[in-house]
Design a protein around this ligand. Structure first.
Ligand SMILES: Cc1cc2nc3c(=O)[nH]c(=O)nc-3n(C[C@H](O)[C@H](O)[C@H](O)COP(=O)(O)OP(=O)(O)OC[C@H]3O[C@@H](n4cnc5c(N)ncnc54)[C@H](O)[C@@H]3O)c2cc1C
Length: 421
């Protein structure tokens, strides 16, 4: 009987005993090639966890995530518009179990590379051979000093991590009287989802147009101009919501008087009836040891997503120092998850990772309850500069119509299935 390489590798580890998963037994009763721990079950982490198992079921995957279910930021702006519910953007993690991903509902507090363990708030540590870290972003509250108080954060919402804050911001908008002012503060780039704030403006405007037509929207943007799909968003604002939206560029928030619902700018203060402040962001806290760029973001070897700071740790998603023209998006994090999964499986099988991976980004935005717009790009690894570069030819579509709106929901359902089902 001849053996191929994969059978050989499997046979070669057949006698290796599993060490425990904290208090849990090994998976499926059989011996495994090794174990990958994944921290964070969002777009990057869930995708990587599922695809490692799909590519090589002899690798154990343990996913550490505190959430009961995956709650998608994409489409969550429609919850603010009142056109979707939070349940519509929520997917249970049960689909991952069908792929043999073991879920550990906990918060990772540290990654110990000497012991090769992820330490948890409540449970026993999770041992690993390689670890994937995809915690998304954390907020730089020190840039808005008054917002460090818990009470401040409960009153002035960001809703920049979909979930309870999304529902609470919707409630604030519903409670606002007709004729009120909704103020949204946008941080300087780079931040999670460049078009997200402007899609949010459209969704709130669609709600106001239908239910509170005397109300106004004021966009305080730290950037000089709309940072993504600018022409399309401005067209939507002018055609769909004339006279309702005022955009003020170069309006960086320096603090928030949360009791007075006032955003403090470098020059002057702006008061609103509902104030929605999106703070500046950095890599999620658990990724702090891997931050190498601007004290905010993690750099990686783009072929493997292995941290430049620490070997054996793969960082994905919004925590990354982006490659040229690469947005911080769910679409990209999903791509990171797949490229990293393939590289990790190759490395754990003693093979070289794919030397020329390609990823795509499609970013849809809903500009009303039914109309959508989109931007696309293709990102190819280039050996000369050892980074991903955007392939010429991608770009912004000029369409703003119901077909794009239908594609938006299809994209979302597709990517949720790709990551989680
Ligand atoms: C309003 C809004 C709209 C958006 N719309 C789009 C869109 O239309 N298209 C698009 O492509 N992108 C969109 N995005 C961006 C997209 O949501 C992010 O780019 C994407 O979620 C990044 O994936 P991630 O894996 O890095 O982080 P996340 O998806 O945020 O996942 C991080 C996960 O890590 C977990 N975690 C964090 N710390 C720990 C820890 N210590 N231990 C265990 N678990 C931990 C969190 O609970 C979370 O589940 C939008 C974002 C926002 C805010």
């Amino acid at each position: 009987m001849t053996m191929d390489r994969r059978q050989f590798l499997k046979a070669g580890t057949a006698g290796v005993a599993l060490t425990g998963l904290g208090g849990c037994a090994g998976m499926g009763g059989g011996a495994a090639k090794g174990r990958v721990a994944v921290v964070g079950g969002g777009y990057g982490g869930a995708t990587a966890a599922k695809h490692i198992r799909m590519l090589d079921p002899s690798i154990e995957v343990v996913l550490v995530e505190p959430g009961d279910a995956f709650v998608s930021c994409p489409i969550s702006n429609m919850v603010l518009g009142g056109f979707r519910t939070i349940a519509d953007v929520t997917t249970p993690y049960t689909g991952l179990a069908r792929h043999g991903v073991r879920m550990v509902k906990d918060v990772a507090t540290a990654i110990d590379m000497d012991r090769k363990e992820v330490r948890l708030t409540r449970g026993d540590p999770v041992r690993f051979d390689r670890v994937v870290v995809s915690p998304g972003v954390d907020f730089m509250w020190e840039m808005l000093p008054s917002m460090r108080a818990d009470e401040a954060q409960a009153r002035v919402l960001h809703a920049w991590k979909a979930g309870p804050q999304t529902v609470a911001l919707r409630a604030q908008l519903e409670a606002m009287a007709d004729g009120g002012v909704y103020v949204i503060s946008v941080p300087e780039q780079p931040y999670r989802c460049p078009p997200g704030p402007y899609e949010r403006v459209c969704q709130v405007a669609a709600y106001f147009k239908a239910r509170k037509p005397r109300s106004k929207i004021l966009v305080l943007d730290a950037n000089a101009d709309v940072t993504s799909k600018g022409a399309l968003f401005k067209k939507a604002w002018a055609e769909l919501y004339p006279g309702m939206i005022e955009f003020r560029g170069n309006s960086k928030a320096t603090d928030v008087d949360w009791r007075a619902k006032t955003v403090k700018l470098e020059f002057g203060d702006v008061k609103g009836d509902v104030v929605n402040v999106i703070p500046p962001q950095r890599a999620g806290a658990i990724a702090a040891p891997y931050i190498t760029a601007n004290r905010r973001w993690c750099e990686v070897d783009w072929l493997t997503f292995e941290s430049k700071a620490v070997k054996g740790v793969h960082v994905l998603g919004d925590s990354l120092q982006i490659a040229p023209a690469m947005p911080k998006s769910g679409s990209m994090a999903n791509g990171h998850g797949k490229v990293a999964a393939a590289a990790i499986v190759a490395m754990m099988n003693g093979e070289a990772p794919n030397p020329s991976p390609t990823m795509i980004n499609t970013c849809y935005s809903m500009v009303s309850d039914k109309l959508g717009i989109h931007v696309t790009s293709v990102h190819k690894y280039e050996l000369t500069d050892r980074t991903f570069k955007a392939v010429p030819g991608g770009g912004v579509s000029s369409a703003m119509n119901e077909a794009e709106g239908a594609f938006t929901m299809n994209w979302a359902r597709n990517i949720w299935a790709d990551a989680l089902l």
